[in-house]
Write a protein that binds this ligand. Structure first.
Ligand code: AMP
Ligand code: ZN
Length: 467
């Protein structure tokens, strides 16, 4: 399998360093609210990456952390009147439930930052000892970027930016900042009144770790000094991953990640998602609009991970139709296949091109295209040949992590008449392009526990999963 590597800016072959297990780390969610579909673009692509490795015969070790202490989690736990632990546990559970709906394989190890404070303190101690970090007057500890000559390699900071950082000898106490304010970054934040109960003892006094440090410490704990691949959304290249390299290579010596895999951001309606624009979608928001998590997954893999993906609600309707078409094709192939066929080879048959697309820089849109072409090419096959083709289809489908819809069974007798009446009124409002009325009626159906799904020519109703 080949994949583009952010550090070398080239496509490179993937081979496990230890010769057997491909070990990789993904920066996980900050658990202070529900993850949005942008976050899930990154997590879904990482999942397709893992599934592709496994389908290709690799063993994998997938580590993804939970950021359960930072400015945002502390601030919002206080607003909610909950302890940090209780607050983040609730959002972690929500994240897991959403991941399951999207068909994401759980990572093999999922460490949380709060549980790894001693490891983080130990790493800072090493950095101070080696002269890569220093304590400030208030008991915070900073990483000295001028002590690491490799600083800026990943994000290709140019000399100008590096010079700004050094001449100003600036320090940044906040976890997130832009290249223009390049500076020594914080490893340990001394206790502040608004931290509430959230502080720990350290050799530099009470405080808490800075955000960049947790990944370095957990990688060291679970993957050692060197490992195969590190991944996150493109926004993490600078400063987060740049800082991780600096911390880890200075503290542990050697070479940190062999390969860097970054996923480009999801845009909505051509722009950034934001709450104020009302276009920041979670899975629940989309479920209320009648869309399943699998439809969301289909849309998220519908663009190459290095290209921007512009999300629209219409694309979800397209995804529904595409999934139904794939399901129909698969049923046709299954009906023609010899159910007792003994398949000896594990090749992809008419789905070879789909598989090759995945193995070639994880080209998911081409792989989806290849599924349709393969189904068309296989449509006249029968017996053992159809069975072999179906096996190839299913292997690519599993690598993409898609589950196809069952054939819809419309048992309208199970739907109360009052619900059917609202649904019918809504359909009529929709036909009349009376969107406000149609949305109101959809919300009413949702309150009654029903999800309405629109097709081109009709609609169907499904009971909503219990909250
Ligand atoms: P966070 O929960 O903010 O720490 O982010 C979790 C992951 O989602 C990180 O890998 C981010 O880079 C990624 N991410 C954030 N916003 C987007 C977006 N709009 N599109 C794709 N990935 C994103
Ligand atoms: Zn990280």
């Amino acid at each position: 399998m080949r994949l583009f590597d952010t550090l070398s800016r080239t496509e490179r072959d993937l081979r496990p360093i230890d010769g057997s297990t491909y070990r990789f780390y993904c920066c996980g969610p900050t658990v202070y609210g529900p993850a949005h579909i942008g976050n899930f673009r990154t997590f879904v692509l990482q999942d397709v990456f893992r599934r592709t490795l496994e389908t290709g015969g690799f063993r994998t070790l997938h580590v993804r952390n939970i950021t359960d202490v930072d400015d945002k989690t502390i601030r919002d736990s206080q607003k909610a009147g909950k302890s940090l632990t209780e607050f983040t546990a609730g959002w972690t559970a929500k994240f897991h439930a959403d991941c399951e709906k999207l068909g994401l394989l759980p990572p093999h190890i999922e460490p949380g930052a709060v549980e790894h404070i001693p490891q983080q303190i130990a790493m800072i101690e090493k950095l101070v000892e080696k002269g890569n970090a220093y304590a400030s007057e208030d008991g915070s500890v900073y990483f000295k970027i001028s002590s690491f000559p490799g600083y800026g390699r990943l994000s290709r900071l140019d000399q100008r930016e590096l010079d700004i950082g050094k001449t100003q000898n600036a320090r940044s106490n906040s976890d997130e900042y832009e290249k223009d304010s390049l500076s020594d970054f914080v490893l340990w934040k001394s206790r502040r009144p608004d931290d509430g109960d959230n502080f720990w003892q350290s050799p530099w006094g009470e405080g808490r770790p800075g955000w960049h440090l947790e990944c370095s410490a957990m990688i060291q704990e679970y993957l050692g000094n060197s490992f195969d691949l590190h991944s996150g959304g493109i926004d993490l290249v600078f400063p987060h991953h740049e800082n991780e390299i600096a911390q880890s290579e200075c503290a542990c010596g050697g070479h940190f990640a062999e390969h860097w895999f970054h996923i480009t951001h999801l845009l909505v309606d051509g722009g950034k998602m934001s709450k104020s624009l009302g276009n920041l979608y979670t899975l629940d928001d989309l479920a209320l609009k009648g869309h399943t998590a699998m439809e969301v997954r289909y849309v998220l893999i519908g663009a190459h991970y290095r290209k921007q993906l512009n999300f629209t609600l219409d694309s979800l309707t397209g995804a529904r139709e595409a999934l139904a078409k794939l399901a129909k094709g698969a049923r046709h192939l299954a009906a023609n296949a010899d159910p007792d066929a003994r398949l000896t080879s594990a090749d992809f048959g008419p789905f070879q091109a789909a598989w090759d697309s995945l193995a070639n820089d994880l080209n998911t849109p081409c792989a989806l295209g290849g599924l349709f072409t393969g189904l068309r090419d296989a449509s006249a096959l029968t017996g053992v040949e159809a069975a072999a083709a179906l096996a190839g289809f299913n292997r690519v489908l599993r690598a993409l992590g898609l589950t196809l819809p069952e054939e819809a069974v419309h048992d309208s007798s199970a739907i109360p008449e009052s619900i059917q009446a609202i649904a019918e009124a809504r359909w009529q409002a929709r036909l009349a392009k009376n969107w406000a009325e149609s949305d109101t009626l959809r919300a009413r159906l949702a309150e009654e526990g029903w999800l309405v799904k629109d097709g081109k020519e009709s609609y169907s109703l499904e009971p909503l999963p219990a909250a």
